[in-house]
Design a protein around this ligand. Structure first.
Ligand SMILES: CC(C)(COP(=O)(O)OP(=O)(O)OC[C@H]1O[C@@H](n2cnc3c(N)ncnc32)[C@H](O)[C@@H]1OP(=O)(O)O)[C@@H](O)C(=O)NCCC(=O)NCCS
Length: 148
């Protein structure tokens, strides 16, 4: 389980984040993009580590608007409750900082992520038709929402 996992908001390793992101997404972000996020105060980054970085969550948090920009867990460390732990910490932080809602977008075909978000009280708030283009295959994007 995720008992030995430490969640932090101040331990950032753009290179390790980039490696995990690449293992999680077809369209991954490069290291310099992670560096730019880390230097932008509009983004709040939560990391999960045992001895090493195992996953992270990036939230765009501006005024009363909060949106999950990405969430990635190392494939070997999945189904241990790490994403749930990251999201619960983020929700606590948003609550302490007077945010009232959290939104995100997830591919219509990303069943694991949809199950994760639903298990934490998110619900579907909209659908963006043909939002993703994966090598010519068009996939809807689902907008999820949760009150804080
Ligand atoms: C989606 C993702 C973040 C889940 O991370 P995780 O740490 O494995 O999730 P958790 O262990 O906290 O799972 C919590 C709950 O979510 C649901 N869930 C997670 N993965 C699931 C899967 N593969 N199938 C079905 N339900 C799943 C379950 O309800 C699970 O609870 P349970 O294990 O007690 O059944 C991870 O699979 C990942 O990084 N995927 C690739 C990147 C991605 O899709 N990011 C989200 C983009 S919106």
């Amino acid at each position: 389980m995720a008992n030995n996992i430490k969640i932090s908001t101040n331990k950032h390793a753009p290179q390790a984040m980039c490696i995990i992101h690449k293992r999680c997404f077809d369209r991954f972000w490069n290291e310099s993009y992670f560096r730019s996020l880390l230097h932008n105060n509009n983004y709040k980054i939560f990391t999960a580590s045992d001895k090493n970085l195992v996953g992270f969550l990036v939230i765009l948090a501006v005024k009363d608007f909060a949106e999950i920009i990405t969430l990635a867990i190392n494939p070997e460390k999945r189904r241990l409750g790490i994403a749930s732990k990251l999201l619960k910490e983020a929700i606590k932080w948003l609550s302490h900082n007077q945010f009232s809602q959290l939104t995100l977008e997830v591919s219509d075909e990303n069943f694991p992520a949809q199950e994760l978000y639903k298990s934490l009280g998110f619900s579907e708030a909209g659908r963006r038709k043909d939002y993703y283009n994966l090598n010519g295959k068009l996939i809807d994007g689902l907008v999820y929402f949760r009150k804080i």
